[in-house]
Every structure is written in C-alpha cells, then in structure tokens.
Design a binder for this molecule. Sequence first.
Ligand code: ADP
Ligand code: MG
Length: 561
Amino acid sequence: KEERIVVLETENAVLHLKLAEYQGLAGRSANEVLQLYAAHGQQMKFQKSSVVTQLHGAIKKRLKQDLKSLHSLALELSKDFQRQSKTCLYQVLAAVQRIQLQNEAMQKFQIKAFDLEQSLQEVTERYEKEKQKRKALHNSLIELRGNIRVHCRIRPLLPFDDAAGHSQDRQRNFAEKVAYAADDETILVKCSRPGHASVNKTYQFERVYNDLESQDAVFADVAPLLTSLLDGYNVCIMAYGQTGSGKTYTMLGPRLEGNLAFAIEEESELGIIPRATQEVFRLISEKPPGSYWVEVSVVEVYNNEIFDLLAKDSCGKVFGVKRDVVTTREGKSDVPLLTHETVENASEFLHLVNKGLQLRVTHPTLVHAHSSRSHLVVTLTITTVVFGENFGTLWEDEQTSQRLNKEASFTFPQKMRDCKSTSSSRASSPVHLEVTEKIKQVKTRLQLVDLAGSECVGMSGVTGAALRETSFINRSLSALADVLGAIAEQRAHVPYRNSKLTHLLQDSVGGDAKLLVMLCISPGQKYLTESMQSLGFGTRARQVQRGQVKKKNFPVPSKGK
Ligand code: ADP
Ligand code: MG
C-alpha cells in the first residue's frame, strides 16, 4: 500500500506537473492567439493605409494633371477674352464715332425739322384760311347760281331726222344741222327763214354738251349734286325738251327694242337715273352702316293725274293706281299712300324702275301713244337716322345741321321694325317713338324727272284725246315755268299748286333745294322752232336767282363748273 501510495503520489505529481505544463501551454497559446489578433489587426490597418495612400497618390496625380490642363485652359481663355474684348473695344469705339456723327446729323435734321414744322404750321394756318375762303366762295357761288342750273345737251343727228315735215318746207334740207355747241357754255343756233338771211343766235348755259359727249361726261357734272343730297338738300334733275330730243336717253339710257324699259346691261350707256342711284349708294357706303336707307317711288303724271307705278293689287300684281298730292302741315308736299319700296342697292332699284316703266305700256288707264305724253318722276327718299346727341356731327356745316335739326322728327323708323319690307306702303304719318332711346330721322329727296315732250306748247290743230293730252302738258309745263318765274322774282307766293307736276316737285324745286334742268335739243333744221322754245325756257329758268344773292350784287361767274 505504501508503495502503491508512493507510486500513485508520484504519478499524481507527474500528472500535476503535466497539468501545470498543459496549463502553461494553454496560457501561452491564448497569448499567442491575442498576439495573432493584434498582429492581424495591425496587418489590416497597414493594408488599409497603403490603399488609401495609393488612391491618394493617384488622385493627387490626377488632380495635378487636371489643374494643369485647367490652368492652360484658363490661360487660353483669358487670352481669347483679351482678344475678343479688344475687338469689341474697337467696335465700340467705331460705334461711338458713328453715333457722334449721327448725333451731329440728327441735330442738323432736328433743326431742319423744326424749320419745316414751323413752315408747315404757317402753311396749315394759311390753308385753313384758304379753306374757309373757298367754302365761303363756294357758298356764294352756289347762291349765285340760285340753286338752279341749266345744262343743255345737243343730241347727234339721227336717221329719222331726214323725214320730211310740212309740205311747204319740202325744198328745205331737214337734216341740216342748225344747233351746235360753240364751246362748253354756249350753244349756237342758225336761224334761217326762207327769203331771209340766216341769223346766228347764241345762248349761254352752265354747261353745253355737244353731240359727241358721252353719258359719262353728262353725269360727271351731275354727281356733285348728289353730295349735296347727302348733305341734307333736296335735289331735282329734270330733262326738258321736245319728243325725240334725247330726254329719256339722257335720264335713263337707250331703250330696249319695242319697249319702254331701258337696257340695264349697257353700262356705258346708262343715263342719269341709274348712275345717280349708283352714286348715292356709293356715297352711303362711305357713311356709318345702318344710318341711311333708301326708298324709291315711281310715278307718272298724265293728264294732271298722278299714277303710282309701283302699287300692287292684292295678288301682288303691279298696276297703276291714281294718287293725290297734298301739302302737309309743315308745308311739304306729300303723296298719301304712295308706294315706297326699300332698295338696298342700285340693281334692285333699276329692276324696280324698269318694272314700273313696263307698266306704262300695259295698263289700260295709261294707254297713250307715246311715253312722251306723260311726265315720269322717279323719287329716291334718303332717310338718315341719328341717335340722340350725335345729330350735330353728321353734317359738316353748322347751318345745315341746325336747319335739319329743326326739321328732324323724333320718330321710330319703320325700317327698324320691319327690316326688309320689299313692298310696304309707307304709313302716311310716321310711327312715333315708343322706345326709350330717341332716334331722329331726316328725309331728303332726289327727284329725277323725264318731262313730257315740250313740242305741244303752242301746238294747234289737234282734237279729241290728243288735244286733252296736249292741253294738260301745255298747262303743266307752263305751270313749271311760272313756278320758276315766281322763285326768280322772289314772290311770296309760288304757285306750286297750279299743277300736280309742280306740286309734286315743290320740295325739290323751291327753298334751298338744288335743281338741274337738262335741256335736250335736236340739232336738225326740222325742229328749229321747238329747239328755240326749249332754249327760251332754259334761259328763263337760268335767271332764277335767290335770296340775298341778288341784293349782294355779285358778278355772275361765267363758268358753271
Ligand atoms: P325723248 O325721250 O326726248 O323723246 P329719246 O331719249 O327717246 O327722246 O331719244 C330719241 C332717240 O334718239 C332715241 O333713239 C335715242 O336712242 C336717240 N338719242 C338721243 N340722244 C342721243 C345721244 N346723245 N346719242 C345717241 N343717241 C341719242
Ligand atoms: Mg322720252
């Protein structure tokens, strides 16, 4: 046992030693592990720092390169900039020099402009004065002409002028021309009687047209009257002369074959009536839209009776209806119930007039051998609508404005209610205003007259219906002459009512209305007596002078244009 204990103790000691050894070993390896960790950590640190430095180096290198190129670029740029700024500077300098030059020129111009402005002002002042003077002169000229002017048209010799007349005159040459336009104001007539030396007589008118003058030329002298029409004056244009002297040709144009209507298609041949209508519509087109409108009526005065050629029966068929002419409370002439058709343009008007003219041949009560047995009166009524205060601004001269302001009626125009009534018998009293806004309307009239043939005056040896016609024409034409005479002598009473014709024309013949008498003359020897009679009528009408003019005693201007 003891041995055993010793062996075991030895063994135990050995084991203890071994344990101690192993414990030591274990402790050392733990240390080693720690050391290794530390070494690993250091290794890692070291590794990291070396990448950074490498990167750093690379970046640095790169940066250096970039900086270098940037530097060179900047250098380049600044050089470029310098270059450019230099050129700019040169340019600026050049511009400044130019501006200086221009400034100098401008100053010169300014001085010049100032001078011009001053002279312009002077000229404008002078022009204004001249304008006033011209206006005044024009007014006195119009007054001097007495608002009545007489033009004379000689038609060309025509084949039918050859036909022989009275038997005792057979040896004479009927086609011989005896009436000439000596100049554009004088007509010369060779008066010869068998067994007597021929005598040259001359007559002066505002305008004389020779046989070659066109419809255009005739209308050119008529057109200014239409300006007066839109200025607020009534205008009348009438053709006077014997049958066949060119009245209808002058007023309407050449006839259609075998018809009383005229050829609308022949533009250049159109007479005063169609051209005047075109001109009226042209003038209206220059005015504010809607402020003007035009109504037309066509009447015939036959045997001192007035026939409405636009009246329609209940079926809408046109037939001539007898009308009467009356004097209104305002002293104006009016034909109650007369058909007034609204027209919007010249061609509408022409077709309407042609329709009326055709009626003259077909209607039984109007049967007469020739249209020259009646007076044809085409009336254009221009209504001007003005809203409230604008009234005074419509007419340029104050006098007209004031006059029309007095005449204007506060009415509500029918057109406003019934915008396009193609066939409306105008109510004899205007429809009075019922709305809040006041509308004034002024009516001016253009009357275009193709008078009956004047050859009947003093004619004898006719009987029956022809005698009746003749005496009516005689009376109406002498009533016209009387009216013009009364106006000439400034008589208080003008006998308008002596005939339907003058009563109908009252407003566009008297007062401050403008009248143009177109004397139509046949140039042939055959018509010498009638031509002389027409020239006598024209000469008397021309002596008509009005108002203050006579008293002022101005020299009468020789030229009527
Ligand atoms: P009135 O109406 O005076 O009776 P018209 O106008 O009917 O006369 O004219 C008679 C004829 O003379 C018509 O054939 C017409 O064409 C012609 N005539 C009238 N005046 C001229 C003129 N200036 N130029 C050419 N022909 C005309
Ligand atoms: Mg005729």
